[in-house]
Design a protein around this ligand. Structure first.
Ligand code: ZN
Length: 404
């Protein structure tokens, strides 16, 4: 018979989304017991959190956030935002070009307070994992990525920030950006970024994908790209990314964000692409609130692809709102993706928790015995209330300690 280490924290009467009501005991940063309520005594001295029948979930995962750009919209006005969203996103590339103007305002001391605020807001809303894109280009240099790297260190132990060195203006269109991405990786960025669809023509798009995947493979890192952010079925860079992942042995280590053009493919082409994504372990991130053209999320899930929702933007040149609240993102998605039935509401929560963790390949993520003691205690007792109210969790627990 083995004895468990004494719990330092116990969450009692925790309602799991599968309906079980359990006590969760945590010690040494891990979940040591997850048992039906009242079946294992809470030892004296343990910190007690009474969930009182409220839902207890895994922490939220934000699989896609442009963290360097948070709250930069007031710096440049909304001409870029208008161009990005007008005409059903038909001229979104011009919006990206206009948004480049914000880079003249890039100073670490200007960006860092907004970045800190976004991570603190996220933490209050239960977000403990963020895949953070930071622009690396000849206008921004490494300023954006250095600001995000500094914030990553400040929040270490409370929020895991995975930093994507992201060449927002392309690498062939913006000579010098590729070298800057390599510098950003050497400076501590975690993931090689890309945006192949912004390049001029198929050959340059292929070259962009090839460059990024070759670099990721050489460095032993993951790759994350923005693909096909326009309502035009001629765009094909999500497939290019999946093929390149296979060529470079990056199976299970790639993410495509936006991938909006896929929604304009015919059924056969959609299915072929999604099957390829599943085979190579390419995760997809959809952001239906930041643009009117959307990835077919439910079809992707039905074909076994890992899918997440992301906050994407917080008051920047692409989107005027955003509170770093993944429940709010899921609530918006319920309307925008037409997902309102009870089973679909459960899927929406998966898209910002377990499914998002699959997209990012987070090791150990989950609420079970032996997993890290990272969990959220909510006031809501039903998933429908969790989404409808999209309120911050009552208690945010990280490694068995209350952090918010
Ligand atoms: Zn984005």
């Amino acid at each position: 018979m083995t004895t468990l280490p004494a719990p330092l924290l116990a969450v009692t009467e925790a309602r799991l989304r599968d309906g079980r009501v359990v006590d969760v005991h945590c010690a040494g940063g891990a979940v040591t017991a997850l048992v039906p309520t009242g079946t294992l005594p809470v030892p004296p001295g343990a910190e007690l959190v009474q969930a009182a029948g409220g839902l207890v979930t895994e922490p939220f995962v934000d699989a896609h956030l442009h963290l360097d750009k948070v709250r930069t919209l007031p710096l440049i006005g909304d001409a870029a935002l208008q161009a990005y969203t007008a005409d059903g996103m038909g001229d979104s590339a011009r919006g990206i070009d206009l948004a480049r103007a914000v880079k003249q305002h890039y100073r670490i001391e200007t960006l860092l307070p907004c970045i800190r605020q976004a991570l603190a807001d996220g933490l209050r809303n239960g977000v403990q994992h963020v895949q953070a894109f930071a622009d690396v280009d000849t206008a921004a240099g490494l300023t954006g990525v250095r600001a995000v790297l500094a914030a990553r260190e400040e929040f270490r132990g409370r929020v895991d920030v995975s930093v994507v060195a992201f060449p927002q203006d392309g690498v062939l269109r913006d000579p010098g950006a590729a070298e800057l991405v390599e510098e950003a990786m050497a400076a501590g960025a975690d993931v090689v970024g890309g945006i192949p669809w912004i390049e001029a023509g198929t050959a340059d798009q292929e070259a962009h994908v090839e460059w990024a995947c070759a670099l990721a493979a050489r460095l032993g890192r993951r790759v994350a790209m923005l693909t096909d952010d326009a309502p035009d079925p001629a765009y094909d860079t999500t497939r290019m990314l999946a093929e390149a992942m296979r060529r470079h042995g990056l199976e299970g280590r790639g993410v495509a964000c936006h991938a909006r053009a896929v929604g304009h493919y015919d059924d056969d082409r959609q299915n072929a692409l999604l099957d390829l994504a599943r085979e190579v372990g390419l995760g997809l991130v959809s952001d239906p609130h930041t643009g009117s053209v959307v990835l077919p999320v439910e079809r992707a899930l039905q074909r076994g692809v890992a899918v997440a929702l992301g906050q994407d933007d917080i008051e920047d040149a692409y989107y005027p709102f955003g509170r770093h609240n993944l429940l709010e993102v899921a609530f918006l998605a319920a309307h925008l993706l037409d997902m309102r039935s009870a089973p679909q509401l459960e899927v929406l929560v998966d898209l910002v928790t377990t499914s998002a963790a699959r997209v990012l390949g987070l090791p150990g993520y989950g609420l079970r015995e032996g997993s890290p003691a990272d969990l959220l205690v909510h006031d809501a007792a039903r998933t429908v209330d969790l989404l409808a109210r999209h309120e911050p969790p009552r208690v945010d627990i990280r490694a068995g300690q209350i952090v918010s």
